[in-house]
Design a protein around this ligand. Structure first.
Ligand code: XMP
Length: 320
């Protein structure tokens, strides 16, 4: 049983101090590695790990081809400015190959997990000689995985998986007692710039969690474009998270006076405190119309845009 530390009771100075000590003791004189995705959790772990281990920590950004537009370069650049070196590893082909032909949501998640932890990471860890992986698992990830709702990509011990046996390295999870609001507080205290600690959450399986059906390079390009539009237009609405989802069903539409059997984008925008429960943001009809017009204009192949008005539960926030 993991003991929760709520954002309210969290004393960031003490928490950081305790975690730095724990990381130092665990790693000793060895080398640890961590994967930065640019999300709030992995960014906070990168700062924490850097504080504890300095040069003993190697941080990589795995370009899995499922990321948002310009993400790898933007994130590496932000950390460079903070004095932390990030190595970008190109593994696009491996992830796409692993996802080929898979339509089942949990199998997709599993394929990403295996490719990430076993193949790509296994290789990097072996090469670097690291015995430890620092990762940003948070309590909500554990809860949902254990409840069998969604297999979060980064949960092992609670499922009875020993990472040492399965992948050959140990995993350290300094944020496991926190939820998203607590992580933000910690990130801020560690000196993360606001553009990172105040960022909306982004799931580990990345844009693959936002494509219904098989993930292909073409569909990724479509959902990536739609994501840019949605993030650009909804970033100032005070919402917890917002996203574009590409559906597998096609619908009849028309473009330039001709019939077009096109694709559909579903927009979700959530109000939430800690992602356990969420309600759709009450966007104005004008905002929704602007969103639809921009998506239709900027994303090739889309003829229909919908807005999700379901709460979590019974919905989950991501579609896959
Ligand atoms: P769901 O879809 O489960 O999402 O309601 C709750 C929150 O978690 C994020 N999410 C993930 N984060 N790995 C993560 O690190 C995952 O596999 C994952 N799946 C969902 C989601 O974006 C939302 O903020």
């Amino acid at each position: 049983m993991i003991k929760e530390i709520t954002a309210k009771e969290l004393n960031t100075a003490k928490f950081i101090n305790d975690q730095v000590k724990k990381i130092k003791t665990a790693v000793g004189k060895g080398i640890a590695i961590n994967a930065l995705s640019g999300g709030v959790d992995s960014s906070t772990v990168t700062m924490l790990g850097n504080k504890a281990l300095g040069k003993q920590l190697k941080t990589v950004f795995i370009q899995n081809g499922l990321m948002r537009e310009g993400e790898a370069e933007r994130v590496a650049d932000t950390f460079r400015k903070l004095g932390i070196k990030i190595e970008i590893i190109n593994a696009k082909k491996e992830f796409l190959a692993a996802l080929k032909g898979i339509t089942d949501p949990e199998k997709k998640r599993e394929a990403i997990t295996q490719t990430f932890y076993k193949k790509v990471f296994g290789r990097i860890v072996k090469k670097s000689g690291a015995k430890f992986l620092l990762q940003g698992t948070i309590l909500t990830d554990v809860d949902e995985t254990v409840a069998g709702i969604k297999r979060q990509h980064n949960v092992f011990a609670q499922l009875g998986i020993d990472p040492k046996k399965a992948f050959g390295y140990q995993i350290i999870e300094p944020l496991i007692q926190l939820r998203k609001d607590g992580v933000r507080k910690t990130g801020r205290a560690l000196g993360l710039p606001e553009e990172l600690f105040a960022r909306i959450p982004f799931p580990g399986p990345a844009l693959a969690a936002r494509i219904i059906g098989e993930v292909t390079a073409k569909k990724l390009a479509t959902v990536r474009k739609a994501t840019s539009v949605v993030e650009r237009l909804l970033c100032n609405k005070g919402a917890f998270q917002y996203m574009a989802i590409l559906h597998a069903d096609r619908v009849t539409g028309m473009r330039d006076g001709k019939r077009d059997f096109g694709q559909q984008i579903e927009v979700r925008c959530w109000d939430s405190v800690d992602a356990r429960k969420a309600t759709p943001t009450k966007l104005t009809f004008e905002t929704l119309q602007k969103l639809s017009a921009a998506i239709i204009k900027e994303v090739p192949g889309i003829v229909s845009v919908t807005y999700n008005i379901t709460t979590k539960p019974p919905s989950t926030m991501e579609a896959v």
